[in-house]
Design a protein around this ligand. Sequence first.
Ligand SMILES: Nc1nc2c(ncn2[C@@H]2O[C@H](COP(=O)(O)OP(=O)(O)OP(=O)(O)O)[C@@H](O)[C@H]2O)c(=O)[nH]1
Ligand SMILES: Nc1nc2c(ncn2[C@@H]2O[C@H](COP(=O)(O)OP(=O)(O)OP(=O)(O)O)[C@@H](O)[C@H]2O)c(=O)[nH]1
Ligand SMILES: [Mg+2]
Ligand SMILES: [Mg+2]
Lengths: 276, 292
Amino acid sequence: LASHDKMDDSFWEELEEILIMADVGFEPAAKLLDNLRGRARKAGTNDPAKFRDILSEELAEIFKTGKTIKAINPPEVVMMIGVNGVGKTTTIAKLAHRAQMSGKKVLIAAGDTFRAAAIEQLKIWADRVGAGFFSKGENADPAAVAFEAMDKGLAEGYDIIFLDTAGRLHTKVNLMEELKKIQRVLDKKHPGAPHRSILVLDATTGQNALSQTKLFHEAVGVDEIVLTKLDGTAKGGVIVGIALEYGVPITFVGLGEKMEDLRPFHGQDFAQALLS
Amino acid sequence: SLTDRLDGVFKKIRGHARLTEENIQAALREVRLALLEADVNFKVVKDFVERIREKAAGQEVLKSLTPGQQVVKIVHDELLELLGGETVALNLKGKPAVFMFVGLQGSGKTTSSAKLALKLRREFKMRPLLVPADVYRPAAIDQLRKLAAQLDIQAYPSETTMNPVDICVSALDQAKKDGFDAVIFDTAGRLHVDEALMEELANIKAKTSPQEILFVADAMTGQDAVTVAKSFDERLDLTGVVLTKMDGDARGGAALSIKEVTGKPIKLVGVGEKLSDLEIFHPDRAASRILG
Ligand SMILES: Nc1nc2c(ncn2[C@@H]2O[C@H](COP(=O)(O)OP(=O)(O)OP(=O)(O)O)[C@@H](O)[C@H]2O)c(=O)[nH]1
Ligand SMILES: Nc1nc2c(ncn2[C@@H]2O[C@H](COP(=O)(O)OP(=O)(O)OP(=O)(O)O)[C@@H](O)[C@H]2O)c(=O)[nH]1
Ligand SMILES: [Mg+2]
Ligand SMILES: [Mg+2]
């Protein structure tokens, strides 16, 4: 983009290509380009050097959410959801590590009772983080795990509970029903729980992320999104369309496989990465 | 569907006897949108649409089809050809036959390794050895060992203290001694831009000469599929691709992007979490799915 000396048609065409290659998607890219052209006109500028700031401002606006802080009766319950392999279990380790570092008493609950060695994987993370751990063994009912983890969390004065769930494709109705049941059980045991349902999205995912968000949101409501694997070359541009359509806040990004590899999401960083 | 959208385009244009430069233009726009929506790579779409334009221009509309259907047929046939026309078989040569699974984190390598082991036994009456070569991910070795146990298939006793290259070399040695027909290496997920880990894969290849190096890609992968596949292919000279999680609603355009940029055949498709959920890749089904 830097090679252009004015914001002419070829500049906007090149930008459209950059956005689509970043997985922004045709329609959200068109909307974004309209807004950007509007901003450039308002600012009375045709200088591409000014463009970085214009994009930053526009994305900051798109990603802004009227963040409502709900009053939470402890323990705060965080439920991790998402399709297979996106990084739910590893992200729990990262979030738990953060919570632990801020002095909270953290409980990690092994709600994936289906996949081979899912419980072992999470237990290793819980030990590394230094958090409490609860599991019921393979093939236990995930709703029962949720219920009993809630029990333990309340009884032993935990500040926050992270509940892992099995990866599931959003199109599998029975698995989405299972998720709804887990949510009902949590709420029944501790009204208001889960306080945060976090949808984990993989930055390498294309337009299917929109379908994932839609169906998970319809099933249990998505409170936050964490975008993982941004340490690769994928840009995660689908979150632009998701922000435009659903307004769900993107709270963190995953930048690696260690428990420290988590960073708060900022629209400006994202804008910067899009153009790099 | 694309056919409906194209019929809509042609309704507005009069004179449907022949596909002309003009009426093709609007139709190609719909094709381009459909392919981008399906996650086919931007540059691959550009080249593809150009080829369709050349093929379509001047064609007579067949009596049995609407112009929209005609264009879809041209697109479908072209997609089919690009995706590899027909099924490419697994290379089972070697005593033992050596398979290596590689790919990004979370794409489905461990599950696909176990699925392949089951397929080799069921369909080809082979006795496979599953080799956990991921010493980094917590409980990765446990995961493959558990899947192997479920199948009553032997797993090499890897430990996280071992080096993945040594694991693969020793496992191949043991497989030869004990008369296994096949050896399957499940490697750790890694980024194509991680020099050290890509070097590890190159070393495993150098020391074990797998006759199948299978790149495992998630069907929902977006534009980045091209960059990743190209990188793995340049480094390892892949022999095939496995597309996983095709039981979802991802259109799977990554399949076309990967095939176009590497030229390597898509051999297998993961269609579920059960170990029997592994199918041969059907180019015609993939083509229809990409077009939506
Ligand atoms: N490079 C990178 N890898 C990640 C990141 N987050 C997770 N991973 C890796 O992605 C793979 C899958 O992570 P998991 O945490 O097991 O994913 P999951 O969603 O729990 O998977 P299932 O439970 O099987 O659905 C592992 O190899 C992780 O180390 C990230 O931010 N960057
Ligand atoms: N629905 C569905 N899920 C799949 C398929 N293949 C794998 N999975 C699931 O995807 C998740 C990741 O699979 P793994 O086999 O652990 O992936 P991996 O590539 O070995 O992951 P890393 O070793 O961390 O890189 C698991 O939850 C699997 O059950 C498939 O074809 N369909
Ligand atoms: Mg998990
Ligand atoms: Mg694995």
